[in-house]
Design a protein around this ligand. Structure first.
Ligand SMILES: Cc1cc2nc3c(=O)[nH]c(=O)nc-3n(C[C@H](O)[C@H](O)[C@H](O)COP(=O)(O)OP(=O)(O)OC[C@H]3O[C@@H](n4cnc5c(N)ncnc54)[C@H](O)[C@@H]3O)c2cc1C
Length: 438
């Protein structure tokens, strides 16, 4: 640790946010003649991509009902598009399909897309949606879907490959990335500023600022910094909801079927967009068993060795042992049946795919805030926290915005995610989606 005993900027966590921050900070320091990537030290208790970023399905989309999320996501998509090769980004687009109850939400998302110049197409009406989907996939057969928002931007990226792309960009700028170094505490000055980061390998003096981006370990850092476990939340109407848990865990359920990836293509043989369906049509397995007659949802994409996707996550009661990550608890044993049935419900080509379900490295635990939206804010005068509430593989642009803030500027894109919103009542609007991240 001796050669690392100090650094102007210390970034904790080598996932999407930590690496993107380190890279954009390094570029900004060089371009503004303020220093270089040598001034940035990234610490990770394992190695780059060891957290949620390395297990993410990798979906990049802008189907967000909340104006602030939509605007931030547009900036993120621009970063993905800036270097698709390095980020292993596949701009195949993204399709969100919903039942009647979601029509108004998707209409307003589309209106916002139009306002901010994000390319998407809205299709409304069961027959119209069916025709749109059959033009892409002639064997389309999903029921109960009356609205479709087809994003021409967005798509997906390969998780560990994109991490490697960011690592290479960091290294090319001279950023030092130190694995197997666990942050165990912070040494504070009397005004609360962080003067040193304590690690399993010794102490690192901080010259300027610390950025923490701990992913699912957010709650650990929250308590390390003495932040409150329970908070009072002021709603937009002014009502105060007292003593709410600041954090909770959810289990993300994801899986894969092993098929020839090229068998999942559009009618013209092209790469298929990522598809997300929510519907209240009854869901049956291929052998006729009812899985559910309530609202259900799934998402799926073409992967390297088949088709990968997931379904609605499951909230977890209480604390979770996160290590070794990806940790999962309470995974629904019927997930594989449900997800395969949902694929078959969507397209005939997936009929019988249950036997192709593969036990793979998919799924994991995520940390969610009290309102399920990120907290991007200073928690100490010189400690900025990127706590993304599990929205964030797609949020590759957050590190670029954080760089502006860390270097003394302002980010109007990050401002709506300040911690203070829970006391001022500036909460984000809530959609009709069953997912905590829509
Ligand atoms: C199964 C799953 C699927 C997902 N799919 C998608 C998706 O398709 N699209 C999307 O946009 N988002 C998705 N997400 C969410 C997304 O993966 C996360 O929001 C995002 O990756 C978080 O990035 P991060 O950099 O904050 O955290 P991480 O990638 O988790 O990185 C945190 C790093 O901090 C390190 N660390 C933790 N504690 C310490 C410590 N004490 N000292 C030093 N280092 C420490 C860890 O080792 C880790 O490498 C998914 C999440 C899961 C779990």
């Amino acid at each position: 640790m001796s050669q690392l005993a100090s650094a102007p900027y210390v970034v904790v966590g080598a996932g999407m946010h930590g690496l993107s921050t380190a890279y954009h900070l390094a570029v900004a320091l060089r371009e503004r003649s303020l220093g270089s990537g040598r001034d940035v030290l990234v610490l990770d208790k394992a190695q780059p991509g060891a957290g949620a970023t390395g297990i993410a399905c990798g979906v990049v989309r802008n189907n967000y009902f909340q104006p602030a999320m939509a605007e931030l996501m547009q900036a993120c998509v621009e970063v993905w598009e800036s270097d698709p090769a390095a980020y292993h980004y596949n701009p195949v687009g993204y399709i969100a399909l919903g039942p009647k109850a979601q029509e108004a939400d998707l209409v307003s998302v589309h209106e916002r897309h139009e306002r901010i110049g994000y390319r998407s197409e809205l299709v409304v009406g069961e027959a119209e949606v069916d025709a749109h989907m059959r033009a892409l996939f002639p064997d389309w057969r999903a029921q109960g879907v009356t609205v479709c928002l087809h994003e021409q931007e967005g798509g997906f990226a390969f998780n560990l490959e994109s991490v490697q792309g960011l690592v290479s960009k960091c290294e090319a700028e001279g950023v030092r990335i130190l694995g197997e170094t666990e942050v165990t505490g912070f040494e504070e000055a009397t005004d609360g500023s962080i003067v040193a980061v304590e690690t399993s390998s010794g102490s690192v003096a901080v010259g300027e600022q610390v950025v923490v981006a701990p992913g699912p370990w957010a709650q650990r850092f929250w308590s390390l910094l003495g932040m409150p476990e329970r908070i009072d939340i002021t709603t937009p109407s002014g009502e105060v909801v007292r003593d709410q848990p600041m954090w909770r865990y959810w289990n993300l359920q994801e899986g894969e079927i092993q098929v020839d990836p090229l068998s999942y293509a559009t009618a013209d043989g092209g790469a298929p967009p990522v598809v997300h369906i929510d519907t209240d049509a009854p869901l049956y397995t291929d052998d006729g068993r009812l899985v559910t007659d309530e609202l259900w949802g799934n998402y799926f994409k073409r992967d390297r060795h088949g088709v990968q996707g997931g379904a609605a996550p499951i909230p977890v009661d209480g604390d979770v042992e996160l290590d070794p990550y990806p940790s999962t608890t309470n995974v629904d044993p019927t997930f594989a049946d449900m997800w395969c049935a949902s694929l078959s419900h969507a397209m005939k080509r997936f009929e019988g795919c249950r036997s192709l379900y593969k036990e793979a490295r998919s799924g994991g635990v995520g940390s969610f805030t009290a309102d399920n939206f990120p907290v991007f804010d200073y928690l100490r005068p010189n400690l900025y926290a990127i706590l993304d509430s599990n929205h964030g593989y797609k949020m590759i642009g957050v590190g670029k915005e954080v760089t502006e803030v860390v270097l003394g500027g302002h980010s109007s894109l990050l401002y709506p995610f300040r911690y203070e919103r829970f006391t001022t009542g500036d909460l984000h609007p809530v959609s009709n989606s069953p997912y905590p991240w829509s």
